[in-house]
Ligand binder design. Structure first.
Ligand SMILES: C[S@@+](CC[C@H](N)C(=O)[O-])C[C@H]1O[C@@H](n2cnc3c(N)ncnc32)[C@H](O)[C@@H]1O
Length: 192
């Protein structure tokens, strides 16, 4: 599986489990760079849902001191661990990310989770875990596809971000991605 192109691997996982995989193709480089843009050199980053590593690769370029990746799919977790031995890959649900960074908080959490298909309570549990894992000055980034911004699950994500962070901003549309997407940047965790 390691030698297959990323697009083929993710498509195959999508066919196996479309809801959990959440995308038929990996994120484009431009979107991955915007997502990774909040990762400070020498800091700790937690990546949620690395998949085949499209965002992982761009995070590596920012030279974090510690990079934890939480991936629920064991085949994809093995692939990322084999390709990037310096990344601490944890095969787990992102809602349990606290256990993955038990010995410290993260300067950045970078998510490409398929939020829109997570049930309401799972969205909330995962967002609480993100909030609790972030350092006070940390930044959480995640994306949403532009064509789906008005669907209820996407609105729920935006509302949940506003409830969980004092400072939420939205990037310009990344038109170079298929499909085009925006990146949310959330800072100053509330209520912990
Ligand atoms: C849309 S794909 C993104 C893959 C890659 N990061 C990219 O941008 O191309 C979502 C990834 O999140 C993983 N995933 C879905 N639900 C998850 C969960 N609850 N916890 C951890 N990973 C999850 C999927 O297995 C998949 O690898």
């Amino acid at each position: 599986m390691r030698d297959l192109p990323e697009t083929v691997v993710l498509l195959r996982e999508f066919v196996r489990n479309p809801v959990r995989t959440g995308a038929v193709a990996p994120s484009g480089r431009r979107l991955a760079d915007v997502l990774a843009g909040a990762v400070p050199a020498g800091g700790t980053v937690v990546e949620l849902g690395p998949g085949t590593g499209a965002v992982t690769a761009r995070i590596r370029r920012r030279r974090p001191a510690r990079h934890v990746a939480v991936e629920i799919n064991p085949r994809l977790a093995r692939l990322v661990a084999a390709r990037w031995p310096d990344v601490e890959v944890v095969c787990a649900d992102a809602a349990d990310l606290g256990a993955a960074v038990a010995d410290g908080r993260a300067d950045a959490v970078v998510s490409s989770l398929p939020w829109a298909v997570l049930p309401d309570e799972r969205q909330r549990a995962t967002m609480r875990a993100v909030r609790d894992a972030l350092s006070d000055g940390g930044c959480f980034t995640t994306y949403a596809y532009v064509h789906a911004l008005r669907v209820p699950a996407a609105r729920r994500l935006a509302a949940l971000l506003a409830d969980t962070f004092a400072d939420v901003s939205v990037s310009p549309v990344v038109w170079a991605n298929v499909p085009p997407a925006v990146v949310y940047r959330a800072r100053r965790p509330l209520g912990r």
